[in-house]
Write a protein that binds this ligand. Structure first.
Ligand code: AMP
Ligand code: ZN
Length: 114
């Protein structure tokens, strides 16, 4: 979608630090990391938020989670553990309206989140 920051990042029009790439999913390091490892996994297809995902997107959503698992292993946090987060909408704290999964790890993470 034109004008979407993460569509531009997935297309390579805006630079990012790549952590994962395949035909359908792109992963990159968050510009403002909240943990030693903070990677964002996005579908290359524009989906604004979880509210906008359809049944037909089911396999793609699964691929996002599996990509996160691969990045966690590659970056050495699989054994220690990590957190996957999707912020949806205003109460969820979503600031970029292209669906993404945060992969956070490399330190103990508090629960409940803020
Ligand atoms: P959310 O608040 O869940 O919508 O997450 C958006 C995330 O995108 C935040 O953690 C931001 O730090 C991150 N972010 C925003 N712009 C960029 C960028 N150009 N490159 C990498 N991460 C970004
Ligand atoms: Zn987009």
């Amino acid at each position: 979608m034109s004008g979407c920051l993460f569509c531009k990042i997935a297309a390579g029009e805006i630079p990012s630090e790549e952590a994962y790439a395949d035909e359908e999913v792109y992963g990159f390091h968050d510009i403002s990391p909240q943990a030693p490892v903070h990677v964002l996994l996005i579908p290359r297809k524009h989906i604004a938020s979880m509210n906008d995902a359809s049944e037909a997107d089911g396999a793609l959503l699964g691929k996002l989670l599996l990509a996160a698992r691969k990045v966690a292993a590659k970056l050495g946090i699989a054994e220690g553990g990590y957190r996957l987060v999707n912020n949806c909408g205003e109460d969820g704290g979503q600031t970029v309206h292209h669906l993404h999964v945060h992969l956070l790890g490399g330190r103990g993470l508090a629960w409940p989140p803020g």
